[in-house]
Design a protein around this ligand. Structure first.
Ligand SMILES: [Zn+2]
Length: 146
């Protein structure tokens, strides 16, 4: 398959997925509104409802993040940069693009980024890890005074 055909195919998939997500997100907003309007039950029902709503909005959060990534990928199609790594400019493997159509970096750069973030997580842990006794004691006092 020619690269340009492949990009067109992925563009179709991305556009389709974007429509699905938009429909889904629009439906979520309507359902949330409905559950707020009908939420006249007793206190327990209300708390379960709001817990449910929080879960739903977290999910919607995730979906809208994906939507942003898809938008960015479609933009890359427009400017002819789709399938090029954002970091090193080399072509991203078609298998990788098939798996995650909106991926913006090649496997090598993704691996490197992962290694870097693992390293920084490690150093953050060293710096902000388990609180020492001196650090945790005043906090505990503060809490008990409340
Ligand atoms: Zn790269």
């Amino acid at each position: 398959m020619k690269r340009s055909d492949f990009v067109r195919m992925m563009q179709q998939r991305l556009t389709q997925r974007r429509q699905e997500l938009r429909r889904y997100l629009a439906g979520e907003v309507n359902e949330l509104r409905d559950s707020v309007q009908s939420g006249v039950g007793d206190e327990i029902d209300v708390s379960v409802d709001s817990e449910h709503a929080a879960m739903r909005s977290q999910l919607a959060d995730f979906e809208s993040r994906e939507l942003k990534q898809i938008d960015a990928a479609l933009e890359r199609v427009e400017i002819g940069r789709y399938g090029k790594c954002d970091t090193c400019d080399s072509s991203i493997g078609t298998e990788r693009l098939r798996a995650v159509p909106y991926v913006a970096d090649c496997i090598e750069c993704a691996r490197k980024a992962e290694r870097v973030s693992n390293r920084s997580r490690g150093s953050a842990w060293d710096r902000y890890g388990m609180p020492t006794d001196e650090e945790s004691r005043p906090k505990a006092n503060y809490m008990s005074e409340m």
